[in-house]
Design a binder for this molecule. Structure first.
Ligand code: ADP
Ligand code: MG
Length: 265
């Protein structure tokens, strides 16, 4: 499934938040969107998926397999979200309800979008739990009984249970420690590839992006500052925004990550 954003303008009152943003995610492609905090990354994802509050004005074009999303009806978004497009957010403990067993939370969008009986739904949840590397028995657990990494696996299971063809992951590994971050990123990439889905991976951390996206966009102050193959951006960023992000990523990874040493060998 492809996403083609062009000339997107997003503003709140007189304040522009995104200006003239164009970005594409091709069919079965993994694309990165990297930028510092406050650069407008989440706003981009929310604008495209009709999740912005009514005070936010969205103009321009965003085509999902040719279907215009800017100005689309709430019904259109309700049909698309959780079915064609799955979301994985930063903080799993915030996106999961503390009072509902995780199996029922994973089941939710299946229930909304497909007419399966409960036995079939439960079987799909069990399969999905195993796909994300968890035991099917965990379906009865509550989020607080799981580690942060396990919670994010549950959030990924919930996003992927309906086999969406575009996944938007917004800082989905940021809240995790470095080791878990690598595991969850690998898991997400392999699930997306197995499903033949597309991925828009949003992060402030260039070093994570190197493992995920062949191609990336650098967002700064609400504009696309540069774009290209992720490796090229990392090795030779051309803009101030790009250079700052690469420098920050190097500082973060020199101590712990293997990816730098792998690259130098
Ligand atoms: N609901 C909102 N109303 C007004 N301004 C907002 C709203 N949400 C975010 N912003 C502003 O939009 C800008 C981009 O925010 P955001 O997209 O969350 O950045 P990022 O995800 O890159 O950290 C910030 O200046 C933020 O203050
Ligand atoms: Mg954000």
């Amino acid at each position: 499934m492809s996403l083609e954003v062009s000339k997107l303008h997003v503003s709140v009152g007189e304040t522009p938040i995104l200006e003239d943003v164009s970005l594409t995610v091709g069919d079965a492609e993994r694309v990165g969107l990297v930028g510092t905090s406050g650069s407008g990354k989440s706003m981009l994802a929310m604008s495209v998926m009709g999740l912005t509050p009514s005070t936010v004005r969205v103009e321009g074009s965003a085509l999902l397999d040719g279907q215009q999303l800017v100005g689309a009806s709430p019904q259109t978004f309700a049909d698309i979200r959780g079915r064609s497009v799955g979301f994985v957010f930063q903080d799993p403990s915030a996106s999961l309800s503390p009072v509902i067993p995780v199996g029922r939370q994973i089941e939710r969008s299946l229930k909304r979008h497909y007419s399966l009986n409960s036995k079939n739904r439960r079987a799909r949840v069990a399969t999905m739990l195993e796909k994300v590397g968890l035991s099917a028995d965990l379906a009865a657990s509550y989020p607080h009984e799981l580690s942060g990494g396990q919670q994010q696996r549950v959030a990924i299971a919930a996003a992927l249970i309906t086999s969406p063809k575009l996944i938007i992951a917004d800082e989905s590994t940021t809240a995790l420690d470095a080791m878990t971050q690598v595991q969850i990123t690998r898991l997400l990439v392999s699930l997306v590839d197995d499903a033949g889905a597309s991925l828009l991976f949003i992060t402030h951390d260039f070093s994570v992006l190197a493992r995920v996206a062949q191609r990336s966009y650098v967002l700064g102050e609400g504009r696309v500052q540069e774009e290209g193959p992720t490796q090229d951006l990392l090795e030779a960023p051309q803009t101030e925004a790009g250079k700052r992000l690469v420098l920050a990523a190097r500082k973060l990874t020199f101590s712990s990550s293997q990816s730098d040493s792998e690259r130098r060998q």
